[in-house]
Design a binder for this molecule. Sequence first.
Ligand SMILES: Cc1cc2nc3c(=O)[nH]c(=O)nc-3n(C[C@H](O)[C@H](O)[C@H](O)COP(=O)(O)OP(=O)(O)OC[C@H]3O[C@@H](n4cnc5c(N)ncnc54)[C@H](O)[C@@H]3O)c2cc1C
Length: 391
Amino acid sequence: MSDSTPTPADPATLESIRALVRALCRDFPVEYWRALDRDKAYPTAFVAAMTKAGLLGVLIPEEYGGGGLGLTAAAAILEEVHASGGNAAAAHAQMYTMGTVLRHGSDAQKARWLPQIASGAIRLQAFAVTEPTAGSDTTAITTFARRDGDRYLVNGQKVWTSRAEHSDLMLLLARTAPRDEARKSDGLSVFLIDIRQAAGRGLTLKPLRAMLNHATTEVFFDDLEIPADCLIGEEGQGFRYILDGMNAERILIGAECLGDAAWLIGKARDYACERRVFDRPIGQNQGVQFPIARAYAQTHAARLAVYDAAARYDAGLTCGEQANISKLLASEASWAAADTCLQTHGGFGFAEEYDVERKFRETRLYQVAPISTNLILAYVGEHVLKMPRSY
Ligand SMILES: Cc1cc2nc3c(=O)[nH]c(=O)nc-3n(C[C@H](O)[C@H](O)[C@H](O)COP(=O)(O)OP(=O)(O)OC[C@H]3O[C@@H](n4cnc5c(N)ncnc54)[C@H](O)[C@@H]3O)c2cc1C
């Protein structure tokens, strides 16, 4: 068995993992998340509990101290966190960012980092791709790493690099050769940077406050010196390495959307049944009931798509179409659920103490990040339906 082949989790194992996550999340009720949201604080205790339970290392092969499970199990974990009213975005990168090291790193890099990531001794939570001027056009990034003997000198800027302040390592996508218009995706390379050594020596993190509680930063590289052995795989091949991690990310984000949708639908249903206006529960009105039922149906379909994509991924089958479509459907289902839940609550939906407005803000993100809906539709149009490239 290759070191990246996961063990498919059987239904009983999956159910016991789900039960474990549900039990863990009971220690982190909505009041916990609400207080963090108000203070824009990082869920340190939650991330520590997830790490201690081994839940963030499930995708790491057993030979490196991880759970050796596949994406279906990882998706179930993230779905349960979100279904509890929590938010795994503070921790999820610890699960899958290591995939680039696992699939493309040298034996020495894997032996050095993966066991420590699996145990949680080292946090690999930061993944720096997006730049302010390039946006969705990733090959237009300009952060440059110039080889100089046994080191690289890095200059440039990233934006929206999440969790960097709570991470020991950062996976960086940078140019190592100028963009060639004929082969735009060539000349990009991936580096694994030790933030603890780099901070203050050419690497500066600047927190970026956002609409939701999501520890994210701008990152500035100013003649940052990194050892040449930070390079993952071959110089110039980084775009391909990043791309093959993106299917996993999309499926897992889809699973988080499913959890959000389940929580929001449950909350809307309960409120619709309890709240009485005009001497009847508001949920007795079809105008209130049907949007909740519709969001439920959308979520049901999205769940089939997400776990179909995860199963294909785990079986080593191509899954670009399925990963993209599942993220699209799941993010639309969770957004429909959020909008419906807010509307069902009327004015109280805007009150902090109901947690609806928090989840509304949190789940809206998935229409934009890690890839925006339009770019997924462009993928489906071009690569699945074979229509002309639209950008
Ligand atoms: C809270 C948060 C956390 C994030 N975390 C990370 C992270 O950890 N690491 C990281 O690297 N990035 C991260 N991102 C960045 C995220 O991946 C990008 O915001 C996202 O990919 C969209 O890129 P952009 O913001 O530059 O939008 P733009 O590319 O400027 O696009 C703006 C809008 O135009 C649309 N658009 C652009 N081009 C086209 C086209 N050709 N056809 C149709 N529509 C188009 C887009 O769909 C979008 O709606 C994060 C973003 C947020 C908000």
